[in-house]
Design a protein around this ligand. Structure first.
Ligand SMILES: [Zn+2]
Length: 271
């Protein structure tokens, strides 16, 4: 990438290529990461970032028995990490490795610094009614994602890289277009991931009605890493809380999540 000044024709070519890849449903976002990875020893493993929700002074939701969400999230994260690592297909990066308080933006920053290809945030809910129970999956809402892309364009225009593109080389309007392309691609991949998560979880455990939703979670706002947040179940429901405290139940959840990740790479990314 020696072209400090990029010509309009070359730029349009790149945009067209990016748009074509986008239309083909392939992973244009991953391409620069692949290029980087060629310098690393083979075989290349997919980098999965797993984010155990809450931690440290932030316990998250508190279960009926007094157990903290941060513990359920951490234990399940470790099981998932072990399962993924054991497949030798993935390199797992954790946003926290102990009972540490990590601000939400820092979690995203750690994922991006690690060149994460997938970001999974693990939580357990407290729902409004004690009867409500079931797992659910969130992706970033389009509106929140638009706002974040605009903010990123404004904030990181000077120095940062998104999807392997050095934004400092482009005029602000061009950066906005490039970020938007990357962001849309990321949204599509996040939704594809969420569908697989819902399917696999649904085979093993009960799902909340309307089990895939979107919201403005700060931790899902990396515009270039497909991301989903999983609520493993309700700590406010007596039965489900008991299940979530059981290691074998968490193992079942972790295996479902691992299968979703496999499916995602087999059928969505196809790499
Ligand atoms: Zn949470």
């Amino acid at each position: 990438m020696a072209d400090r000044k990029i010509g309009r024709r070359a730029l349009m070519g790149r945009l067209a290529a990016a748009a074509a890849t986008l239309a083909a449903g392939a992973s244009s976002v991953a391409a620069p990461a692949l290029a980087q990875a060629r310098q690393r020893p083979a075989p290349r493993k997919h980098i999965i970032v797993i984010d155990a929700g809450h931690g440290g002074i932030d316990p998250g939701a508190i279960g009926l028995s007094g157990i903290y969400e941060k513990e359920i999230a951490f234990e399940t994260t470790m099981l998932l990490a072990q399962t993924l690592e054991a497949s030798r297909r993935y390199a797992v990066v954790l946003t926290r490795t102990d009972d540490e308080f990590v601000p939400l933006q820092e979690r995203v920053a750690r994922a991006r610094a690690a060149n994460g290809e997938l970001f999974l945030s693990i939580h357990a809910d407290a729902l409004p009614s004690p009867e409500m129970r079931g797992a659910s999956v969130f992706t970033l809402s389009e509106k929140a994602s638009d706002q974040e892309a605009a903010a990123l364009a404004a904030r990181e225009n000077k120095v940062d890289l998104i999807a392997g593109i050095d934004l400092s080389r482009h005029a602000p309007e061009v950066s906005t277009i490039l970020i938007d392309l990357a962001r849309r691609q990321t949204n599509n991949l996040s939704i594809a991931l969420a569908r697989r998560l819902v399917t696999e979880l649904g085979h093993e455990v009960r799902l909340l009605n309307n089990s895939h939703r979107s919201a403005g979670f700060a931790v899902l706002k990396a515009p270039d890493i497909p991301s989903a947040l999983v609520e493993l179940g309700a700590l406010s429901n007596r039965e489900e809380e008991r299940s979530l405290r059981t290691p074998s139940y968490r193992q079942k959840l972790a295996l479902s999540l691992a299968r979703s990740v496999n499916d995602y790479f087999d059928f969505v990314v196809k790499a």
